[in-house]
Each structure stands twice: as structure tokens, then as C-alpha cells.
Design a protein. Structure first.
Lengths: 126, 126
């Protein structure tokens, strides 16, 4: 893992540690009420909607490992591997803008394709 | 765009500028012969295979805009937006390890879902 100290990165890492550790309540303490997040399926606005987005990830996460993490005063950029119940290799990347210790802007990137394949396979079985 | 100077980032940005500018030959001068790249569809090994992977992106790219770029001596991490012919909003992130001015290791992340949807739509038309 590569990292840099800096207030934005400190917030990004604390948030990352919380949600990958399954502590959604603590993760949300780093999310601004009016967060705007561009995720693969579209824009998410507000902390409640963000919680609905990230919550299911927390529920299916087996493990996470940081690949690289950098940041400066305002911005942090992280990439990590995750293993989830439906998808074994599901890396993600997040670019966050931090203000007053909370994430106000996020670009959240992962590949939806294997999750869609897993969901289709599950639907065929059921 | 947020950036840091450093040899790994300089290489990553030069490579990025080349491929997003459509100059695949120049982009490949920053790729090590024995590159190992983990992309959404699986592992790509060697410069020839990497060229086959990145080449089609170059062909469908309309524009690219860097969101954030950081790096240190060995590692660079970038996230960018792209507009492509089949998919209007196709952000990507790359974490690269650089040695002697060439990328020897890459983690390449983007959402395949909209490209698959576009391909299916095109198949239905044809």
C-alpha cells in the first residue's frame, strides 16, 4: 500500500476502514449530509441515499485490501481489492473531496458486470 | 485535477496523454514488454496483449478528462472521465507500478456494464 499523509486522505482511510470493517454507522460519520456521489449506476445525493448505496456492499464483503491511497489537503484517491460473497475479485476506486472531515463529493468506481452476472445466475437458480 | 510530481506519475501521465490523444505507438513506449495488468475481464500479460486491450479504447474515445492523479517514486494512481462512442460517461482508474520509465504492473478499472449494454443493443439492431 502506498499512502501519503494529509487531512483528506486521513478521512478517506478512516471511512474506508469503517465500512470495510462492517461498521456502517461509523463510516457514515465521515459522510457529509449533502454528499454528491457519482457511482456506476448514476448520481447519489445525500447521506441517506449514500447509506442505501454502500450498505449492501458492507453486507456482502468478505475482505478488503488497499492497493494504493494518496491524498492532499482536499482530495484523496484510493484503489482497493475486495472479495465479496457473489464476486470473488471486485476492486474499487474512490476519489473523494473532503471538507471539515467529511466527504462532500465522491466518484465511486467498480465493475458492475460480475455482480450482474452473479445476480442473473442466482435468479436462474431460484 | 490534483497531481503530485514524481517519476512514476510522470510516466503515468505521459502514457495517459498519449493514449487519450490517440497515439497508441507513443503510449506503448511507456509500457514494459513484460507488463502484467489486471483488467476487469482478467489478467493481461505482455505488451502485445496490452496493446490489443487498450487499442480498441483509443478507437472509440471521444474525449478524456483527468479527475485526480497522484504518485510517488514507484506507484501512480489516476482516475479520469472518458466519453466514448458507445458509452457517454465511462470513468476509469489505473494504478501503475513504474520501473525505468515503463509501466510494469497495472490495475485497470472501469465499469463494463454500459459497454455490454451498448454491445447488446448494437447486436439487436444489426
Amino acid at each position: 500500500m502506498t499512502d501519503r499523509t494529509g487531512p483528506a486522505l486521513a478521512t478517506a482511510l478512516a471511512y474506508h476502514e469503517a465500512w470495510t470493517g462492517g461498521d456502517l454507522d461509523r463510516a457514515m460519520t465521515y459522510i457529509a449530509d449533502d454528499i454528491v456521489c457519482d457511482a456506476p449506476a448514476g448520481r447519489i445525493e445525500g447521506a441517506a441515499a449514500y447509506r442505501d448505496f454502500i450498505g449492501p456492499f458492507t453486507g456482502i464483503l468478505v475482505r478488503a485490501e488497499m492497493i494504493a491511497a494518496f491524498g492532499d489537503e482536499e482530495t484523496a484517491l484510493v484503489m482497493y481489492d475486495t472479495e465479496t460473497i457473489p464476486v470473488r475479485n471486485a476492486p474499487g476506486a474512490e476519489c473523494v473531496t473532503v471538507k471539515d472531515g467529511r466527504i462532500i463529493r465522491s466518484r465511486f468506481l467498480f465493475d458492475r458486470a460480475p455482480f450482474q452476472t452473479a445476480a442473473e445466475a442466482a435468479a436462474e437458480i431460484s
